[in-house]
Design a protein around this ligand. Structure first.
Ligand code: AMP
Ligand code: ZN
Length: 494
């Protein structure tokens, strides 16, 4: 069965097929690097990561491009406030974003930066002006004339009848219900960063970068464009208007939008004090794997209400999966196969795939693996899991983890990185006792190591090299050097 995805453009669930061959070309709007990312941002980035992983698991080659918005109103304002260049200001937060993305297991897309594409953006504006869809104002700014694009509003389904031709807005974020000619290019203001280009000095408006860089990397028409639901209007609507006016071709085929995350039932807001970055949560002692698990547990189009109870529950779920795998690696199993276990594993794989094919129903996929764990655990206790059942059970777990990526226990070293960052930033007071304890107990005991080595041996005997490699990665993350020799597996501490 093919993947069915909701397409914001058609407002329907459609079968997904790439436009060209077996390759999926997808673009996701990335972070504006003016501060640390919050868990709402990562809700969307994790959703896109799950999509990318599932497309790959479905047999597609995936080209995934993400932009880094490293120039916009807020960045320019903050850089000027701190008396540093835009580049100096954003470097810190771009680095932090990449570290945070790795923290929650996001595979890195091809990154493109706005400030590295300024001449191409100016060129794009010049072409729009030639076509008569962009105009220059007295101060040297350029605006897109939305009255020239009849399809304006087709993504957000807003009715812009009676809009004012020529009414303009020059800020990047504007009133959600007003259709105005939007800024493509902004003339320099005193004290603000600007670039000299073929269309004069200035800087790009926010929407421009995604049109220019996505088409440069992926072609004029590509498969899928993603972001959080707030981007539907005006950002994506404006991207479509710019791109399709220039090329005369459909821009993205599928539009994928993740619903906004709520925190304890409310909109996240700094002033209400219910606002968390990923690092805030780790500082409180929560594991990165619990955060990833929670962010992926609610299908991307449903509202995820992030609660601390939910986070604790997620930690229990991850622990259960890890323990199950350890049990498969270290338990005693009588020879032979149990047909019930064999079909349980096969059915679980089929259920997971069917769930994810159904508009990425991550909750159902997780339910399927837990049903397998429950039934297999019950069978263990009565000797119902046989030696030859290990390979299919491990394979089902591995298939699950190709998408959810929580089985490798690398929480300790990741938490240590966050602790070191807090110390370096002089934020010692924010380091909780729970985090200190987690980092201290990170050192594995000899018995823990022997357990994992036994798990590796069992996995290798079942020719499940993925599991063996995953266990080896866990050991290596904890500073254990593992050598696989003809005589067996040896280990030593670094
Ligand atoms: P920004 O850095 O503000 O440009 O946002 C980066 C990404 O995070 C965009 O795709 C936003 O739509 C998304 N985003 C922002 N806030 C939330 C939220 N509360 N829930 C889900 N996604 C969000
Ligand atoms: Zn964008």
């Amino acid at each position: 069965m093919a993947l069915r995805l909701y397409n914001t453009m058609s407002s329907r669930i459609e079968e997904f097929h790439p436009l060209r061959d077996n390759e999926v070309r997808m673009y996701a709007c990335g972070p504006t690097v003016y501060d640390y990312g919050h868990i709402g941002n990562f809700r969307t980035f994790v959703a896109v990561d799950l999509l990318r992983r599932f497309l790959r698991q479905s047999g597609y080659k995936v080209r995934h491009v993400m932009n880094i918005t490293d120039v916009d109103d807020k960045i320019i304002r903050n850089a000027a406030r701190d008396g540093v260049s835009v580049q100096q200001y954003t470097a810190k937060y771009e680095k932090a974003f990449l570290e945070d993305a790795a923290l929650v297991g996001i595979e890195q897309p091809t990154l493109v930066r706005a400030t590295e594409h300024i001449p191409e953006m100016a060129d794009f504006v010049a072409k729009l002006a030639e076509k008569g869809v962009a105009y220059r104002t007295d101060d040297g700014s350029y605006y897109f004339r939305i009255a020239k694009f009849p399809g304006y509003g087709k993504l957000s389904k807003k009715d812009f009848q009676g809009m004012l031709d020529g009414a303009r807005v020059d800020v990047d974020e504007y009133d959600k219900d007003s259709a105005r000619d939007f800024a493509l290019w902004k003339s320099p203001k005193p004290g603000e960063a600007s670039w000299d280009t073929a269309i004069g000095p200035g800087r790009p408006g926010w929407h421009l970068e995604c049109s220019v860089m996505s088409m440069q990397e992926l072609g004029e028409s590509f498969d899928l464009h993603a972001g959080g639901e707030d981007l539907v209007f005006p950002h994506h609507e404006n991207e479509i208007a710019q791109s399709e006016s220039l090329t005369g071709k459909p821009f993205a085929h599928f539009w994928f939008h993740a619903r906004f995350l709520l925190l304890e039932g409310e909109k996240m807001s700094k002033s209400l004090g219910n606002f968390f970055t990923l690092r805030d949560l780790v500082l409180k002692g929560h594991k990165p794997s619990s955060i990833r698990y929670l962010l992926s547990s609610v299908p991307y189009r449903n509202q995820l209400n992030f609660t601390f109870d939910g986070l604790k529950q997620a930690a229990v779920s991850v622990e259960r999966l890890r323990n199950f795998r350890l049990r498969l690696g270290t338990g005693y199993f009588p020879a032979g196969a149990n047909p019930a276990m064999q079909s349980l594993a096969a059915e679980t794989v089929a259920r997971m795939t069917a769930a994810l094919d159904d508009d990425l129903n991550t909750a159902q996929a997780q339910a399927a693996i837990f049903e397998m764990v429950r039934q297999a655990n019950a069978a263990f206790d009565t000797g119902g899991v046989k030696k030859d059942d290990l390979a299919p059970l491990l394979a089902a777990l591995a298939k699950f983890d190709e998408i959810f990526a929580v089985l490798v226990d690398d929480d300790g070293p990741k938490m240590k990185l966050v602790m070191n960052w807090a110390l370096a930033e002089g934020r010692d007071k924010e380091i909780s006792e729970a985090l200190r304890e987690a980092v201290q107990s990170e050192r594995l005991s000899d018995a823990d190591i022997e357990n994992k080595i036994a798990g590796m041996k069992a996995a290798r005997n079942a020719r499940d090299f993925k599991t063996s490699d995953a266990l080896r990665a866990e050991l290596s993350a904890a500073g254990i050097i593992v050598e696989i020799t003809r005589d067996g597996i040896r280990w030593r501490r670094k």
